[in-house]
Design a protein around this ligand. Structure first.
Ligand SMILES: C[S@@+](CC[C@H](N)C(=O)[O-])C[C@H]1O[C@@H](n2cnc3c(N)ncnc32)[C@H](O)[C@@H]1O
Length: 247
């Protein structure tokens, strides 16, 4: 099942990454909905047009100059490039993604922008290619819902954070759970729908991994135009969640 989910998700995001620029106008307006317009100034359309998140985890991360940031499921790189501006030349941003076409897009944008403090690594968020206790802030935008093993993801996030490090997450969560039948729909799973879990279960997994101060900062019910709903589904939300690894 894990491999099937990874394959279905990788296929979907590989296709989106390979789409021509002209197909991205819809996503471009999606980035305008998620972020304050001043944040997007100066970003190329290849970045804003490939924004596939469900919120803005950067603004609630309260990044400081010099910090090291890790973005789980970095996609076209939008949150990495935004974070890179905030941590400055003394800081560093690592984006991890399993989809080669997404990494290629993100690296091409990095070259186009001449950004030096961002690195994109290939890997799974359930087994991060990052050393222990090395990260100040882990961010993620609409990715953990896609993972077949969310407990492993939170355990990895905890491992790589420095003591006192923070997590700043934007993700899809539910109120109640999907039925096993709906969960088996890998198309809807890879669209960030049926892999989502109940918000309390989600924050419970974070606490079980060792996180403290786990807080749902805000939670907005998903609109039909963003997440096509279907009979028998629980209520679906885009939530922003923060947490801390004890010092
Ligand atoms: C919905 S997109 C979000 C991309 C980006 N965070 C953004 O806001 O635009 C999900 C991304 O996560 C990646 N992804 C999904 N599951 C993953 C996993 N288990 N390990 C690594 N990357 C994953 C996909 O390849 C895709 O690029």
């Amino acid at each position: 099942m894990t491999q099937d989910i990874h394959e279905a998700v990788q296929e979907r995001y590989g296709e989106l990454a390979r789409e021509e620029k002209s197909c991205c106008c819809k996503s471009e307006s999606a980035s305008a909905k998620l972020y304050d317009s001043t944040m997007l100034e100066g970003l190329p359309v290849d970045v804003t047009g490939l924004s596939l998140g469900c919120g803005d985890p950067v603004s609630i991360a309260n990044l400081n100059p010099g910090e090291t940031v890790l973005d789980l499921g970095s996609g076209g790189g939008i949150d990495c490039f935004l974070a890179a501006r905030q941590v400055g030349d003394e800081g560093y941003v690592i984006g991890v993604d399993m989809t080669p076409d997404m990494l290629a897009k993100a690296n091409a944008s990095k070259v186009e922008m001449g950004v030096k403090n961002v690195e994109f690594r290939k890997g799974h968020i359930e087994n991060l290619p990052v050393v222990n206790d090395s990260i100040d802030v882990v961010m993620s935008n609409c990715v953990i819902n896609l993972s077949p093993d969310k407990a492993a993801v939170f355990s990895e996030v905890f491992r790589v954070l420095k003591p006192g490090g923070r997590a700043s997450i934007s993700d899809i969560v539910t109120e109640g759970e999907f039925t096993p039948e709906l969960r088996a729909d890998l198309n809807r799973w890879s669209e960030c729908v049926t892999g989502a879990i109940d918000a309390e279960a989600y924050t419970g997994l974070m606490r079980a991994a060792g996180f403290v101060d786990v807080q749902i900062v805000d939670k907005v019910e998903a609109k039909e135009d963003i997440v096509p709903l279907q009979e028998g589904m629980p209520r679906i939300y885009s939530a922003r969640i923060t947490a801390r690894k004890p010092a």
